[in-house]
Design a protein around this ligand. Sequence first.
Ligand code: HEC
Ligand code: HEC
Length: 359
Amino acid sequence: MFGKVKIGTILTSLAVLVLVASFTVIQPQQEQFFLSDNDDLWTVYEKLGKIRFNTVDPSVKGVSAEKGRDIIFKGYSTKQDGKGRTAQQSPYFKCTACHNTEKEFDDLSDISAQNRLDYAEKHDLPFLQGSSFYGLVNRKTFYNDDYQKKYGHVPIIKASNTDIRKAIQLCATQCAQGRALEDWEIESVLAYYNTIGLKIKDLNLKPAEKKEVETAVDNDKDLHQAVHLLEAKYLATSPAHFAEHKTYSPITEAEKKDTESFKNGQLIYERSCLHCHEAERYSFFALDKSKFSFVNLLNRTKANKDGSIYKIVRHGTWPLAGKKAYMPLYPIEKMSEDQLDDLKIYIENMAIGNNLAVQ
Ligand code: HEC
Ligand code: HEC
């Protein structure tokens, strides 16, 4: 009897010991942090102690990402108080005439014009003069380089360089040639931009790099290093350098057989020029894939006047008599010199009836 009790007590204490021991093993010190593909980059930065910028001002009433999206895609939204709709922002353009809202590169740290065109083809996107709104809230400066060099004397262009709200307003009134946006409209556009910030998956991190960021958060150590690692994976600006226009030189025999350039030129024509000019979508100047269009463009280019493709691509057109539609120029980052040559090879071949795509 006595012996039984003793054994019983020993067993109970053993069980308690085992329980306590396993409890301390299972119970983790703190929750571990894991990066996942869909994590918003800004949220990760905040965990690394970085202070978020390009945020929405919560004191402005009637702001929503949905309204911002409508302004960008349709040119109007429901009013600030939610009743009825606003006036159209611009009679000429939607923001999407010149800007995509999707990612435009596989590798966001290598933004060459040809990478952008290849990506546009693969993902069926237009190829436009403006930078994508995707990841805009992760950028620090706007209207960079030659936009500042050439137009920086204009106060709003200068101010737009470091102020996302002024950049939005500048583009609404100058690029889109429309009415000024109200404060709550600008905040709504910004709210929408904040829904299309960069995500962890956009940075193509290697497993070891993910680990480094996770460890930094877990140990609350080397936070700056982790921030630098992430920042090196994309550009926080859209570089913009202008080029002078070339003059026409006749097509060579080699160019009449250059299928590769021809096809690249065709991509540019379809994904860029036709985006605005097909069926007069954003321009009264209609272009299509008829021989007439190509002969017309070739003749303008031979004449070396303002309608030359070399001049129009490098200088654009200007809204001369007050407000009207105009064509923005392409900086070399948005169309390289090689790409412009390819476009010319495509147009001239098509104008002389030499369609290399069907051979
Ligand atoms: C006719 C073409 C066009 C239209 C329409 C247009 N934009 Fe732009 N936008 C540009 C160009 C060109 C730039 C030059 C800088 C760049 O994007 O790289 C630019 C720049 C910007 C920038 C700064 C981007 C950066 O990274 O430097 C913002 C923000 C912007 N636009 C917002 C808007 C909004 C909002 C609308 C609509 C209300 C709009 N844009 C309509 C052509 C246009
Ligand atoms: C973002 C929209 C947009 C894109 C992209 C675009 N254009 Fe334009 N383009 C315009 C607008 C707007 C005008 C102003 C003319 C008008 O509407 O009356 C214009 C004018 C022109 C003109 C002069 C027409 C005239 O009235 O003499 C030519 C030529 C031209 N574009 C060719 C091109 C070519 C070639 C491409 C492709 C590399 C291209 N455009 C891409 C919007 C665009």
